[in-house]
Design a protein. Sequence first.
Length: 447
Amino acid sequence: MNSAVPPPQLSPELDMDPLWMPFTHNRLFKKNPRIVVQGEGMHYITQDGRKILDGLSGLWCCNAGHRHPRIVEAVQNQLGSLDYAPPFQTMHDRAFELAAKLAAVSPAGMDRVFFTNSGSEAVDTALKIALAYHRAKGDASRFRLIGRARGYHGVGFGGISVGGMVANRKAFAPAMVPGVDHLPHTHDLSQMAFSRGMPTWGAHLADELERMVQLHDASTIAAVIVEPMQGSAGVIVPPQGYLQKLREICTRHGILLIFDEVITGFGRMGHYFASERFGVTPDIITFAKGVNSGMIPLGGAIVRNDIYETFMTGPEHLVEFFHGYTYSGHPLACAAGVAALEVYEEENLMARARQLEPVLEELIHSLRDEPNVVDVRNLGLAAAVELAPRAGEPSKRAMEVFHHCFDHGALVRYTSEIIALGPAPIASTSQLEEIIDLIRQGIRSVA
Ligand SMILES: Cc1ncc(COP(=O)(O)O)c(C=O)c1O
């Protein structure tokens, strides 16, 4: 830490009761809280002054590290000139500047950007664009949306409807978007355990889309949405050839393909977008998180130019798309985004991510023979270790490994039985070694 500002101290009277924490076991957490008060580079500092190595880029988002000085300065400068401007019928220069920068790094022919504040809003925006696009073309019968089992597309009603995580869906079943269907997930340990990079088995699972077309008829299907690499479900890497097949079937039947790149964008796969890595171009990309290195909430959808043009018909004085947020393209978030994209370029972070990938691969696969490990997998700067569930205590073993790591100095993620890693491309080899050693100790220390 080279910050001039000492870490703030927590008041001993801190009242934790009023805060309802998201996706957290609130009661257990408040008995043994993990509270961070400062971040810099690859580290957090806890309220008791301990240094925590961040193995997850915050939550898959701080890809330039914490409080990168260039991005901090850009936000401070922005505050000095403009705090907020309404994005409906007025706009500010930073939003145009960032949209142009995003168009420059997105796949060819995808140059139109709609801003949101989060990944969830980005997904709902993309789904609405897909439905409205078909309608604008006179194809309003295309109302079905196809997601995938174990998919995570945020927590909006659109996102949980196309999402495939039971816990995120079951309490809200009556409110699901109608007409949604799901492709099978591609995770089968009997076929792909301990794969390095993309598994060779599983491309045929994309053919399920063809079966759905036979069942529902293509004329009723608006879009398919998938994460190119499923992050939240615990790093489920796409089988070789799978995404190409999805693309081919969608194109053949006039179905839009949406890649939800909220996690995979901005370096996680060694490129600005995973579509570049996989050589598959979708029709819409959703993004958030890494777009401004997690500094200020920001997300969005990038669409093919001709999709945008389809909306740009009719009288010019009429609004073309009835959708948007008060904070769509907030000046501070966009200023952070412009600076983050400059940092990614100047510090060569896409290339650094690609150089670090084999290092992370070797390290994570060194956990293969540890107790209760049933799988190890990786792609780009995402990696996971899957543990056998403890009888009668689902996900507790992974939770205990997570606690061990945090208590001994590293932040990782756990979800069901899986420990996941998503370090920033600025990580050093020795920092990755440190994190893997802590996971190893953790796995050994929990029965
Ligand atoms: C693929 C994907 N889509 C959407 C989201 C939701 O993003 P947010 O939490 O910013 O709403 C996430 C969050 O992890 C995600 O991984």
